[in-house]
Design a protein around this ligand. Sequence first.
Ligand SMILES: C[S@@+](CC[C@H](N)C(=O)[O-])C[C@H]1O[C@@H](n2cnc3c(N)ncnc32)[C@H](O)[C@@H]1O
Length: 273
Amino acid sequence: MKQFGSALIALACRTSQPDEREHAFRRLALFGRQLRRALASIKPLRNAWHFTKALRGQTRWRTYDQATYAKYIGANPDPWGYSSWSSGLTEQKIQMAIDMVSKLGRTFERALEIGCAQGAMTERLAPLCKELLAVDFVLVALERARARCVVNNVSFARWDLASDPVSGQFDLIVITDVLGSFGGRRDVRRARDKLITALTPGGYLLYGDFIGDNLAQRIHDSWLGRALLFRPGKILGIFNAHPALVQISRRNTEGHLLALFQKRTATDGALPV
Ligand SMILES: C[S@@+](CC[C@H](N)C(=O)[O-])C[C@H]1O[C@@H](n2cnc3c(N)ncnc32)[C@H](O)[C@@H]1O
């Protein structure tokens, strides 16, 4: 404090020499750094700062259209850290998704992966399927995925979940990290119904989304978050609300939630979809 006061006096005093003023500036800067460090070490303040930042991030969460995705993917060779975070959140998500599907202990006749991006999930799903169709609405993503997965049983197509019809039926549909940025409740319900129609009776649907760090998850789970935010927990609720689907497993990784559903068969007494 004493240092701060003398530095201010030196700056305020018009008679001080330029080198004195420079010295005073340096002392002020040092004081600023010490003050910031002292404040940051006060736990409640630090928590409040992190909370405010997380809350800001959550309330600013937006949906992304095709042009925004295309721009982002085009500008980043590895937009979601498929190579650089290979041991991080993305890898945990992919590994968990593959574990959940593998536990079913079967090979899928015809699978569909929606929003395949660079094909990181695609190449791990391929060995579990006789045929796998991977789709995305961004061309450059598809080109990268094609270059990454050169195997006979995988094909790629440009396709938009919001506007394109699904051709054919699939016994596995995988959709991870797409619906969280897709739209509002009505859009998600429409997409869900489209996917259920494309599932064979008894077929499986794996849904996954990014839920953020612990703080973001606490915000989602708070009464304010539940009232105001449309986040993955609610998307999961929309899937669970459909009478044709039964949730058969659910897992959380550090940053994602994943849920596996099965479409009821006629003998299960499913409602028509
Ligand atoms: C965050 S990446 C997720 C990629 C991958 N599914 C994963 O989990 O790692 C989202 C991808 O979904 C694609 N996507 C988003 N909305 C889509 C839509 N309406 N139709 C088709 N693809 C979409 C984006 O272009 C992007 O490549």
